[in-house]
Design a protein around this ligand. Structure first.
Ligand code: RP5
Length: 155
């Protein structure tokens, strides 16, 4: 993620990965404030054994695109909701990549982070039967958790 301030959003990807038993690392890597760290991270990720990168950033969100420019690993971009423009800026910064440098862009905010975790797991599950079973069970539980009848919630 691009900043400590992104963690409140990006932790939801981490929670999903933990639930599914997927090993991961969390790092603050800013395209603007720590460009050398970004270069080192993106260019070494594959040889370190990383399989998928989830990159969350807000505002002028160049982190996912710049990471994708320096690796052929799948890069999933999460637009973090910004204060000024509610994440519209983040979304457009991440989604409008030029042809040839793909970033799989998710929804703005928490939903995007959750789905980035699930999508990363889906990619990994293609070659991991245990994870495929865990993912199937996660989705089944999510279905079972949907009540048929709504109730009043505490205000
Ligand atoms: C981006 O700028 C980060 O991804 C973050 O979403 C945004 C604001 O960062 P802070 O000023 O809160 O550190 O680079």
């Amino acid at each position: 993620m691009g900043s400590q301030s992104d963690w409140a959003t990006m932790k939801h990807a981490a929670i999903v990965l933990t639930d599914l038993g997927v090993p991961f690392e969390t790092r603050i890597v800013s395209a603007h404030r720590t460009p050398q760290r970004l270069y080192s991270y993106a260019t070494s990720a594959k040889q370190r054994g990383i399989k998928v990168i989830i990159a969350g950033a807000g505002g002028a969100a160049h982190l996912p695109g710049m990471a994708a420019a320096m690796t052929t690993l799948p890069v999933l971009g999460v637009p973090v909701e910004s204060h000024a423009l509610k994440g519209q800026d983040s979304l457009l910064s991440i989604v409008q990549m030029p042809g040839g440098v793909p970033v799989g862009t998710l929804a703005i905010g928490k939903a995007g982070a959750i789905n980035a975790g699930l999508l990363a797991a889906s990619i990994l599950a293609l070659s991991d039967a245990r994870l495929d079973a865990a993912l199937t069970a996660w989705r089944a539980k999510a279905t079972d958790d949907v009540a048929l009848v709504p109730v009043d919630e505490p205000v």
